[in-house]
Design a binder for this molecule. Structure first.
Ligand code: SAH
Ligand code: DHB
Ligand code: MG
Length: 224
């Protein structure tokens, strides 16, 4: 199978089941125009996040890694009107583009972008007792993913769902000898999910417009 086939199938799935949408299209366009890297989740992945938030009846969502707010818009649209999404972003330019995209999507009252290094913001969120979050999407700097998992467990409750993007990385995740810090980050994150008695988890390999990658999903079964 080739990237060409994966793209054609993603396009077919997106045309059939996801559709196009002015606010989401504008968010991607504005992100590209501002020079942000083209690494937002694909439309069908965004829709998956949306469905997971709907299925878990999420009222509070935490996202780590905002970029231009594309995945945040998908997630926030699954929230009830009194729901809230907090999304963490270290790059002020990304946060600014995301804020404009979220405003344009009519989600300014629902989405709270927190500018800063995520590990700092997470400790502040814990100090503020901002949790527990019903759903968490981890999609920032990959080497820090195990630390994000540890923080997120403190900000969760039994029944919370944790989704981690980019866990497969062209298959390199299965190589214990990899010298790539992102790969080692994902391996440690998966080890944490495997060994922590508070969660049960799986991970899926994915192909499509984002190449060969995957996502992990963990369900929190009991509190700390
Ligand atoms: N979730 C987004 C994509 C996020 S890309 C989407 O699918 O639409 C990863 C983002 O994480 C980038 O914007 C990057 O600036 C941000 N990031 C990287 N390191 C970070 C850190 N330490 N703290 C907070 N954000 C960080
Ligand atoms: C990269 C980051 C992502 O979150 C992603 O989905 C794809 C690529 C990256 O940093 O290259
Ligand atoms: Mg990602």
């Amino acid at each position: 199978m080739t990237q060409e086939v994966w793209n054609a199938v993603d396009s077919y799935i997106t045309n059939m089941l996801v559709g196009s949408d002015a606010a989401l299209d504008a968010a991607l366009q504005a992100s590209a125009d501002a020079g942000l890297p083209p690494i937002a989740v694909a439309p069908n992945q965004g829709k998956l996040l949306h469905l997971l938030a709907l299925a878990s009846r999420a009222r509070s969502i935490l996202e780590i890694g905002t970029l231009g707010g594309y995945s945040a818009i998908w997630l926030a649209r699954a929230l009830p009107s009194d729901g809230r999404l907090i999304t963490l972003e270290a790059d002020p330019k990304h946060a600014e583009v995301a804020q404009a995209n979220i405003d344009r999507a009519g989600l300014a009252d629902v989405v709270d972008i927190r500018l800063g290094v995520a590990l700092d913001t997470l400790s502040k969120l814990a100090a503020e007792a901002a949790g527990p979050f019903d759903l968490v999407f981890i999609d920032a700097d990959k080497p820090s993913t195990p630390e994000y998992v540890s923080w997120v467990l403190r900000l969760s409750r039994p029944g919370s769902l944790i989704v981690i993007d980019n866990v497969v990385r062209d298959g390199t995740v299965a190589d214990p000898a990899s010298d790539d810090a992102s790969v080692q980050g994902m391996r440690r994150a998966i080890e944490l999910l495997a060994s922590d008695l508070r969660v049960t988890a799986t991970a899926l390999q994915t192909v499509g417009t984002k190449g060969y990658d995957g996502l992990a999903i963990a369900y929190v079964t009991s509190g700390g």
